[in-house]
Structures are given as C-alpha cells and as structure tokens.
Design a binder for this molecule. Structure first.
Ligand SMILES: Cc1cc2nc3c(=O)[nH]c(=O)nc-3n(C[C@H](O)[C@H](O)[C@H](O)COP(=O)(O)O)c2cc1C
Length: 306
C-alpha cells in the first residue's frame, strides 16, 4: 500500500505510482473533517474522491473528532464514491482547535471505541484504522486489539511508534509481530520499511497481511516491485540517478499540468526531493531545490543523470 502523506500523495503522485509501479492499494492524504461547519468535507476533497479512476482501490482517510461530524463526513464521502474509509489514529500533530484528533484520540480509549462503533454503523464499505502502537505506551495497542475486533474493523495499519515519539527512534516491528499473534484482524505493517530486504523479511517472519510504504516509496517508487522480487533489491548509483531522473521529470511534467503555474509545480516537486536520502546525491538535489524556474530545473535535471 502507498501510505497517506499530507502535502505529498496527491492525486497526481498516486496516479503516477499506479501506472508505473502498481501498488495494490493507495491512500489519500488525510481529509480534514470539519466540526463546526455543516459542510463536513471540502468540495476539493470530495472531488479528489470522485476523480479516482481505474481498478486500484483508493482508501480515503479521515482525520477529525466527534461521532456526529465524522459519521456525516463518512456518509458524504461514500456518496462521492468512496468505497474504503480509514480513520487516522496516528498523526502526532493532528490536534484541531475544536478538540483531539489523530493520535490524540488514543488518550481516551473508551471514547475512541464509541466513535469507531458509530462509524462502523454508518459505513457500508470497508473501514480500517491507521494507528500508532499507543499514545505514550507502546503496549497500549494490546488493550485496544480486542476492542477493535468488536468494533468490526476490516483491518489495522500499524505504525509501531508511540504518538509522543513522533518520528524519533525506529519503528519496532517486533511489536508488529506480536500484534499479528494476538489479533484476528489483518495487520498491515508500516514504518521504516525503506528497502526490499526489510519488507521481505517482515512478510516472511511476522505473518502481516501486507506492507505500507511511506517515505521509502517517495525516495524509491520501485520499492513495490523490489519487494515483489520483480526488480533487483538495490541498484548502483549510476542507475539510481537515471531512475530518479525519469521519475522527477515525469512528475514535473504532470505537476505543470495539474498545479497553477510553474512556481507551485516546482514547490510541490521540491517537497518530494526532501525525502530522497542518498548521501551521494545530496549535492545535486540541493541544486535542484534551489532552481527558481522550470527551465533551470530542467537544465540541472539533464545533468543529474550523467
Ligand atoms: C510528510 C508526511 C505526511 C504524512 N501525512 C500523513 C497522513 O496524512 N495520514 C497518515 O495517516 N499518516 C501520515 N503520515 C505518516 C505516514 O503515513 C507513515 O505512517 C509514516 O511516515 C511511517 O511510515 P514510513 O516510515 O514508511 O514513512 C505522514 C508522514 C509524512 C512524512
């Protein structure tokens, strides 16, 4: 699965991934559910759902709080065509002025379970959560598992870090393995799966039902094919440069069509370049990030592959 990543996994990026590396499933960026406005979801978020084409399932992720707003949003999203809904229980920055959202919902498990039960009653398609291992205690997940099952969730995506941990340390997939043992729910592993070897090991050793790639896929879209054994697990730097050159150029061309003006297209693309970690490419990536026109960006990109 391609992970939801706010500001990055927009419709254009998702479609590029679908065409080129065929994830089994893709997530939207989180859709913010309004508590105060009767219009629970913005028109542009509803359009995003309606514009999805093809056979790769799209999971629409909601972030928000309160049973009434979230249930109404879920119904609106289903009317717009969503067949798979997910609730964000992980975002460490998700608090809205009107209340706790995202990972903060783990602070009140009873209220959370009530919310999930209400949502399950109104959602007719699949319903899942994307969850951290706990708010501040990684063992919290084990108390939640039987309650998640009772709520009738279809599956659980687990990022085994706590909410307070944010992105520090590492995702502890020994915990993922234990979660798989202790629940009947299908578990999707997420967090720090940045290369094929890690992904293959998780599949072979933990019994997870699937993998979700976030930052690793931004840096290397072919990760999907590498994990499946369709492409080599790692590549030499020259080839890596050529692969990235094609990926960046393809995305630039698509962003120029989708976004309003060169500046916005370049900005979006530069956000993604921040997620390419290869040390030997940093000098050239920095130059690309400093380019102020599409023409200069393209000129630098021509040199990037050589
Ligand atoms: C820039 C950025 C935006 C993110 N936005 C979302 C989001 O909208 N919803 C969500 O559930 N997780 C979001 N995440 C978390 C990722 O989906 C994922 O759980 C996390 O990055 C760990 O996986 P990874 O190590 O494969 O990146 C975001 C992460 C990043 C880096």
């Amino acid at each position: 699965m391609l992970a939801p990543m706010q500001g990055l996994t927009n419709r254009v990026l998702r479609h590029l991934f679908i065409e080129q590396v065929a994830p089994d499933l893709v997530f939207t960026e989180f859709v913010r559910v309004q508590t105060r406005s009767r219009k629970r979801v913005t028109r542009s978020d509803l359009d995003e759902v309606g514009s999805h084409e093809g056979t790769t399932p799209l999971v629409v992720q909601m972030i928000g709080h309160g049973a009434e707003p979230l249930c109404e949003a879920a119904q609106g999203l289903e009317m717009a065509g969503a067949q798979h809904l997910n609730l964000n229980l992980g975002c460490p920055y998700g608090r809205m002025t009107t209340g706790a959202t995202g990972g903060e919902l783990l602070r009140d498990p009873d209220k959370l379970i009530e919310l999930l039960t209400s949502l399950r009653q109104v959602i007719s398609g699949s319903f899942s959560v994307k969850c951290r291992s706990g708010y501040d205690d990684p063992q919290q997940i084990f108390q939640l598992l039987p309650r998640f099952e009772d709520c009738g969730l279809d599956y659980l995506v687990l990022h085994p870090r706590t909410v307070v941990q944010k992105y520090a340390g590492h995702a502890d997939h020994r915990l993922t393995a234990e979660v798989v043992q202790r629940t009947a729910l299908p578990v999707i592993a997420n967090g720090d799966i940045n290369n094929a070897a890690i992904g293959q090991r998780l599949l072979a050793e933990t019994g997870v039902a699937g993998l979700m790639f976030g930052r690793g896929a931004l840096a290397d879209p072919w990760l999907f094919q590498r994990v499946r054994g369709e492409l080599a697990g790692c590549v030499a730097v020259g080839k890596r440069r050529r692969e990235l050159d094609g990926y960046i150029e393809n995305l630039l061309n698509r962003y120029l069509v989708r976004f309003c003006g060169d500046r916005q297209a370049l900005m979006k693309l530069k956000d993604l370049l921040n997620f390419i970690p290869d040390e030997e490419l940093q000098r050239d990536l920095k130059k690309l990030k400093r380019a102020t026109t599409v023409a200069s960006f393209r000129a630098l990109l021509d040199r990037f592959a050589t």
